[in-house]
Design a protein around this ligand. Structure first.
Ligand SMILES: Cc1ncc(C[n+]2csc(CCOP(=O)(O)OP(=O)(O)O)c2C)c(N)n1
Ligand code: SF4
Ligand SMILES: [Mg+2]
Length: 305
């Protein structure tokens, strides 16, 4: 299928449709993961069943309240991929699978770490499921601990200063492509049209899709509620979070960032406040190397920041 940039999207037509997630959730002000759910439902519409793995988004629907106008299921943190596969099997038995989108909306801790096995199994079996990781780069709900999506040197409650997180994050979109995802992509809440188009493209696949969407978290990134989108935008424009897609192992870069100095993104986030000049230089070097690889046809060898 065509590069997402070729998919048409008419914002005027889309925005007059009913919202499928209403306001009034228990999420923090400025929470990008909640905004992500809204974009998912704009993209896929009401014939969607959403599976939630335990995390902050579990608290969006706290009995007896729900903001959802679609069926929504909370499984557990470790089994999003399996719960979705079970739902798909049920829909197949009822012959209702062809017009229903089965979606997992899970955090990075659930995706990169605790639910990795169920996700890898789902993708390996090529289940027709769209798995979306809302990536706030930490286990936010339990107190902002490090996950395998936490960036190198970022501060979390389990990786405190002076060093911060000593490890780089996993290259999850690549891993999913190699596990068998027909479509695997990165996205950012700050680039909503790119995200929506990727979701629509994912919906046309016969097999599994995986989308890793960067979704800043106000207390976790230590930014003000009104700064979360700006913080995410700077991660994209500095090249720290590249936007790309891999379709049947073919890589396409979807967006050319401004390549601002990484310090612009780092200095506005409290989780990077402790960084030394040396650490900032190392991050900048990593990002430059990565982009050199990406733009010179060596994507599969690139280490992402
Ligand atoms: C097996 C298991 N281990 C740990 C937990 C506790 N737990 C609940 S939510 C959560 C954080 C999940 O992090 P993430 O998936 O990144 O979502 P976020 O909280 O960031 O939205 C954890 C560790 C759990 N529910 N089940
Ligand atoms: S802690 Fe972060 S992810 Fe959780 S509700 Fe608040 S802003 Fe959203
Ligand atoms: Mg998280």
């Amino acid at each position: 299928m065509a590069d997402v940039n070729e998919i048409k999207f008419d914002i005027k037509k889309e925005m007059v449709k009913d919202h499928l997630i209403t306001g009034g959730t228990f999420a923090c002000a400025g929470c990008n993961p909640v905004l992500g759910i809204r974009l998912v439902l704009v993209a896929l519409g009401k014939n969607t069943i959403m599976v939630n793995s335990s995390g902050c988004m579990t608290l969006t629907a706290t009995w007896p309240f729900t903001p959802y106008r679609i069926p929504w299921v909370h499984g557990a943190i470790e089994n999003g991929g399996s719960v979705a596969a079970g739902i798909l099997m049920g829909l197949k038995a009822l012959k209702k699978d062809s017009n229903t989108h089965v979606v997992v909306y899970a955090g990075d801790g659930a995706t990169y770490d605790i639910g990795f096995q169920a996700l890898a199994g789902m993708v390996y079996r090529k289940e027709k499921i769209i798995y979306i990781c809302y990536n706030n780069c930490q286990f936010a709900n339990t107190g902002h601990q490090r996950s395998s999506a936490t960036e190198k040197y970022a501060r979390t409650s389990t990786t405190p200063p002076p060093i911060g997180n000593p490890l780089p994050r996993k290259n999850m979109a690549k891993i999913m492509a190699l596990c068998g995802a027909e479509y695997s992509a990165t996205a950012s809440i700050t680039n909503p049209f790119d995200f929506i188009k990727k979701l629509r493209k994912a919906a046309t696949m016969k097999g599994s899709s995986f989308i890793d969407v960067l979704a800043p978290c106000e207390p976790g990134w230590v930014v003000e509620p009104w700064e979360t989108l700006k913080a995410g935008n700077l991660m994209v424009e500095t090249g720290m979070w590249p936007l790309y897609e891999i379709e049947n192992k073919k890589f396409t870069l979807n967006y050319k960032p401004k390549m601002l100095p990484v310090v612009k993104a780092l200095q506005m986030q409290g989780r990077y406040k402790h960084l030394t000049e040396q650490q900032v230089t190392e991050i900048q070097r990593t990002v430059i190397n990565e982009w050199e690889m990406i733009t010179k046809g060596r994507f599969w060898e690139a280490e992402e920041y």
